[in-house]
Ligand binder design. Structure first.
Ligand code: AHM
Ligand code: MG
Length: 334
C-alpha cells in the first residue's frame, strides 16, 4: 500500500531536508490550512448553516459583502492571531492592517489573504476559494502598512484553497507547486500531486467576454485571433472557460493549461484592473511561475511590480507561457 503523505508531514519534510521552511513558517502554513478546513466546512453546509446571502455591508473596495466573506475573514484572523508566528495580517475585507494584539507574542511574518474569492458564486453553489500570501516582516520595531508593500518576488509562501467538488489546497514555498486534497474522514489534507507543471501551449482561454467592447486593442487582437480558430492566423481552434472565481480558473490552468486574463478596461480607466495585486495577483503569479507558466500585467512581470498601496489593483494575464508571452508582445507592440 502506498503511504499517504499529509500536509503536516510534507511541511516537516520540507523543513528537514530542503531547509525551505523555518519552523515558524511551517506552523503558520498549518494554521492557514486549518482555517481553510473550517471555511470549507461552512461552505459545505450552505443554506443549512445559514451562511448564504448578503451581509448588507460594503468592503473597502466598495463591493457588497456576502455573509461568507465576513465569516471566512473572521475564521482566518481568529486562527492566526494567537500562534506567535505573525506580526500582522491584511485582507481584501479590511481597510487597514490587523496587527496581532499585544496579549499574544509577535512573530516575524505577515499574512495577506482574500478570504473568499469568487463571492458572486457563493449563492449559486459554484467553486470559490481562499487565496493567501506570506511575506517576511522587514527588520525594525513595530509593524505598519508600509511593511506590507513588498513586490511579489519577496513572497516566502503562497497558495489557495479551492472549495469545489473537492476541497484542494495548493501551495508553494519556492520549491515547485504541490496539491493536497482534503480527506474529510481523516480531517487532513493529503498530498495528491507534486511538481505541478502548466503546459507551455494551450488552446483554452479564460476572460469575461461581456467586457469585450471595453478592452484595449492588444487584448481585442489576441481574443479575436483565438476566435477565428482554424480560419485565422493562429490556425487552431480555441475553447473558452470563465468561472468568475479566479481560484477555480487558476486551478484549471494549473491542472491542464490555459490563459487567464482580467485586463484593464475602459469602464473605469483610472483603475489598472479589477483584481488586487497583493492578495490575488501576486500569490497566483508565483504559483503559476513555479509551475513553469508566466504572469504579467500585459507589460511587465507581475511579481516585479512595487506596490504603492495595500489594496492596489492590477491587470492580469497568466497561465501557459507561450500564450502569456504572446499577449505581452501584443501589448508591447501596440
Ligand atoms: P472577489 O474577490 O470579490 O470575489 O472578486 C474577484 C473575482 C475573481 O475571482 C474573478 O476572476 C473575477 O472577480 C470575476 O469578475 P467578473 O464578475 O467581473 O467576471
Ligand atoms: Mg477575490
Amino acid at each position: 500500500m502506498t503511504q499517504k503523505i499529509s500536509l503536516t508531514r510534507y511541511l516537516v519534510e520540507q523543513q528537514r531536508s530542503e531547509g525551505h521552511i523555518p519552523s515558524q513558517l511551517r506552523l503558520l502554513l498549518e494554521v492557514v490550512a486549518r482555517a481553510c478546513k473550517s471555511i470549507s466546512q461552512a461552505v459545505n453546509k450552505g443554506a443549512l448553516g445559514g451562511v448564504l446571502g448578503g451581509a448588507e455591508t460594503e468592503n473597502v473596495q466598495g463591493e457588497m459583502q456576502k455573509k461568507l466573506d465576513i465569516i471566512a475573514n473572521e475564521v482566518l484572523i481568529e486562527a492566526n492571531e494567537w500562534g506567535g508566528h505573525l506580526a500582522a495580517m491584511a485582507s481584501e475585507e479590511m481597510e487597514g492592517i490587523y496587527v496581532v494584539p499585544n496579549r499574544y507574542p509577535q512573530g516575524e511574518y505577515l499574512l495577506l489573504f482574500d478570504p473568499l474569492d469568487g463571492s458572486s458564486n457563493i449563492d449559486v453553489n459554484v467553486s470559490i476559494g481562499t487565496i493567501f500570501s506570506v511575506l517576511r516582516k522587514p527588520e525594525g520595531a513595530g509593524v505598519s502598512e508600509q511593511d506590507f508593500l513588498q513586490a511579489g518576488h519577496k513572497q516566502v509562501a503562497a497558495g489557495y484553497c479551492v472549495y469545489g467538488p473537492q476541497t484542494t489546497l495548493v501551495l508553494t514555498v519556492g520549491d515547485g507547486v504541490a496539491m493536497f486534497t482534503l480527506d474529510r474522514e481523516q480531517g487532513s489534507f493529503i498530498l495528491t500531486q507534486e511538481n505541478v507543471q502548466v503546459p507551455e501551449d494551450t488552446q483554452e482561454f479564460a476572460i469575461n467576454m461581456s467586457n469585450m467592447r471595453h478592452w484595449d486593442t492588444p487584448v481585442q487582437r489576441y481574443i479575436d485571433e483565438c476566435l477565428q480558430g482554424t480560419d485565422g492566423p493562429r490556425g487552431k481552434n480555441f475553447n473558452m472557460r470563465w468561472i468568475a472565481s479566479m481560484v477555480a480558473d487558476v486551478h484549471r490552468i494549473l491542472t491542464r493549461g490555459g490563459v487567464f486574463m482580467y485586463p484593464w478596461d475602459k469602464r473605469e480607466p483610472g483603475k489598472p484592473g479589477k483584481l488586487r495585486l497583493m492578495y490575488e495577483a501576486n500569490p497566483m503569479s508565483w504559483l503559476i511561475e513555479q509551475a513553469g507558466g508566466a504572469a504579467t500585467n500585459g507589460k511587465q512581470r507581475i511579481m516585479d511590480i512595487e506596490p504603492g498601496k495595500l489594496h492596489e489593483r492590477v491587470s492580469v494575464v497568466l497561465g501557459s507561457k507561450n500564450e502569456v508571452d504572446r499577449v505581452t508582445r501584443y501589448h508591447l507592440e501596440a
